[in-house]
Design a protein around this ligand. Structure first.
Ligand SMILES: [Zn+2]
Length: 121
């Protein structure tokens, strides 16, 4: 018991079983509840679908259907262990962060393409 407490394992929900995960994925029709990526549109998309604890398991989030949503792995990683008021709050954060990351990526690609064009002349 003392060791569990030290490791922060007390009262954390158990990980999902595959059956519980499947139930969430099917309820959400395999669509990421943050960015909307459709896990049924391609095999590649289906591979990155995960189940997210809206209130993180690591922060004592409950393993209940209303605390679980389908999330693509990138959205799940971006959200991490942050705590939000609700799904809408989490979604707003994830989408804003994705937009920032996309802008950074576009700027970087513009720079790299410009450099490649200079080098090839
Ligand atoms: Zn997503």
């Amino acid at each position: 018991m003392a060791i569990k407490k030290l490791l922060g394992l007390n009262r954390l929900a158990k990980p999902l079983t595959s059956e519980e995960g499947r139930r969430v994925l099917e309820r959400d029709q395999y669509r990421c509840q943050y960015c909307g990526l459709d896990g049924m549109s391609s095999f590649e998309n289906s591979l990155i679908m995960t189940v997210d604890f809206v209130h993180p398991r690591a922060r004592k989030g409950a393993k209940t259907l209303n605390n679980l949503v389908t999330a693509c792995r990138p959205c799940n990683v971006i959200k991490g262990r942050r705590v939000f008021k609700n799904l809408e709050g989490a979604k707003a954060y994830v989408l804003e962060r994705r937009a920032e990351l996309q802008k950074d990526w576009e700027d970087k690609m513009t720079r790299l393409r410009a450099r490649a064009a200079t080098v090839s002349k």
